[in-house]
Ligand binder design. Structure first.
Ligand code: KQY
Length: 365
């Protein structure tokens, strides 16, 4: 049985490595709920399979966690090199419900199991119930034979990025939102981040991407490329509501130093679109009481920042023919040592996230 530790990762000498550090594998969840994914999730399943295949082709073991109802279908659709395991969940966002792995640099690997409330619980959360989601991290850790820290705060993996050298990047819109941890002050949240991620300095951005249903996850607006270097979701269009948000983020980033005292180098990734849910797409989504409704015309929080750093590869979303090539060229220049592979992920975006949100790396211990 997985050991649950009472201390914190930092107290035990563990920290979260950066995403570019080598991975032993990657976990994903299989989409099926019809209020998140249109047409019974069939188009989304094809895209999840393409993302898993792209990651595996770069030399990374991928495990797809699937409900009992969908096991045979997923096993039939996915290539044989993808491991398929039966595991219950409420939706398919492994970044947010899976464990955040921490290592000690001496061969030890454990996981942080954050509390989960479906992105806001009864105050704007996306669905209810979320009990299966909240249990995913513990079950993944059991399968990985990794020890567990149950963190005393609500947090999703997509709301944090680390550089592996003491810095954590996040947004005020999400982490200070009263629908996550209303009793915790900014200082207390910072202390918990350091205790559970092994970091020393928090870099705070303000709001996240426009109409992001996660309350502004960092993984949809800004990420570390390597220590001291970040990529930022950007539009020059001053009439678009994203412009002022991205300018605010840039202003903050340019005034910051990281945990090692470095100024940050900021690279802009163009905003696709603006993109919106079409009539046809909305018609394919089931309305379910207690879950977020998705209506034609709703703005989609599309962002190229929502990519995954796999072993040897960058797996990036393709979202808009007008901007895909420009975004890809920027990522090619930023990651000369990795192959940049684009996967069309409009269907993943319709569910409210993208490639980073549906993946969770297992760092090499
Ligand atoms: O940003 C993420 N890490 C996840 C997006 C979740 C969307 C829920 N519908």
């Amino acid at each position: 049985m997985t050991t649950t530790y009472d201390a914190t990762p930092a107290a035990d000498g563990f920290h979260m490595p950066a995403e570019w550090a080598p991975h032993d594998g990657c976990w994903m969840l299989w989409p099926e709920r019809p209020d998140s994914w249109r047409m019974g999730a069939k188009p989304a399943q094809a895209e999840f399979a393409a993302v898993a295949t792209a990651i595996a082709a770069g030399g990374e073991d991928v495990t797809m966690a699937v409900s009992s109802r969908q096991y045979d279908n997923a096993r039939g659709v996915l290539p044989s090199e993808i491991r398929v395991v039966e595991l219950s969940s409420d939706d398919a966002w492994m970044r947010d419900v899976g464990p955040t792995f921490v290592v000690d640099g001496r061969g030890g690997r454990r996981g942080v199991d954050w509390a989960f409330n479906a992105w806001g619980g009864t105050e704007g959360g996306i669905y209810w119930p979320w009990k299966n989601d909240d249990e995913v991290a513990r079950k993944v850790l059991e399968i990985e034979r990794a020890g567990r820290y149950r963190a005393p705060l609500v947090l999703e993996g997509g709301s944090i990025h680390v550089d592996g050298e003491g810095t954590v990047l996040t947004t005020e819109e999400c982490l200070l939102n009263p629908n996550r941890n209303p009793s915790l002050t900014r200082e207390r949240i910072e202390a918990y981040l350091h205790a559970y991620l092994g970091t020393e300095k928090v870099l705070w951005l303000g709001p996240g991407t426009v109409n992001d249903e996660t309350d502004g996850h960092i993984d949809n607006i800004c990420c570390f490329v390597r220590p001291g270097v970040v990529a930022l979701h950007w539009t020059d269009d001053a009439s678009d509501p994203q412009h002022a948000i991205s300018v605010d983020a840039l202003t903050r980033l340019e005034a910051m130093t990281d945990a090692r005292g470095r100024a940050l180098e900021v690279h802009k990734l163009p905003m696709p679109g603006p993109l919106a849910l079409t009539e046809e797409e909305a018609a394919g989504i089931d309305g379910i009481a207690g879950a977020k409704s998705r209506l034609a015309g709703d703005r989609l929080a599309g962002s190229y920042v929502n990519y995954y750093i796999a072993n040897e590869r960058i797996v990036m979303p393709l979202l808009d023919e007008r901007t895909d090539d420009e975004a890809r060229e920027i990522l090619v220049a930023l990651y000369p040592e990795r192959e940049v592979v684009g996967v069309p992920t409009r269907e993943v975006l319709l569910g409210g996230g993208n490639i980073h949100c549906i993946t969770q790396q297992v760092p090499t211990a």
